[in-house]
Design a protein around this ligand. Sequence first.
Ligand code: HPA
Length: 271
Amino acid sequence: MTQAQLDESVDYLIKRGFEAPEIGIVLGTGLGQLVDNIENPVEAHYNHIPHFPLATVEFHSGKLIYGTISGKKVVVMQGRFHLYEGYDFVDITYPIRVMHLLGIKKLFVSNAAGAVNLDFKKGDIMLIEDHINLQGGSPLAFKGVSEFGERFVDMSEPYDVDMRKKIENIANKNGISLKKGVYASVVGPQLETKAEYRMLKILGADAVGMSTVPEVIVANHLRLPIVAVSVLTDECDPENLQPIDIQEIIAVANRTEPKMIQLFKELILEI
Ligand code: HPA
């Protein structure tokens, strides 16, 4: 990744009309319906954006969508890049840097995750308050990182306190039960063993998933305020673990997404 490459990606998008978005939104697995709320959408397929990570076959539908939601200009990532697809940390966070250069002032992130905290149930939404990086690397561990910002990035409060309060208030007002907790990121793509779920619980995780943390680290590098939510799609009870059903995970994400959309839409109105 070089500044020149980032500039070319940004130039391409600006030429296509991606004019001064205020908010960037990353949509997780099974969480694509939010794009139906974008007015006057303009799309750019990841494959067509210069220097974007080359999309894998299953990923051909990945695109950036620009438009307005609740009257504000947004840029939405429909589909993200994951480590488990073979990308590296710098690849998967490249779009965050591009959205930052386009001008976003805030970043919203979503994901599908397993509930490690057994007080939480599938179909719940968890506001991420903090995280544990179990992916064995960092998107900032590359030569020349200092040209892009501080190397030793502070992570004492990686999730924006003000937006967290706002989203809690929105949930209260709308009768949406919002859980709060710690998200642990793993590489995947295999799901966890019973022993690993026990470990995650001991470590203090409330939810586990295969994304989000690299993007959040880079957003902090860029001093971009973030709010992130997990849609809990399965219950990770090591004493009663059911075989994972990916179709069911996607179905739960689909069913739960309208609550997440409501939270995000109202948050857009308030910021
Ligand atoms: N583990 C990791 N990632 C996940 C899970 C899980 O249990 N559920 C949804 N994404």
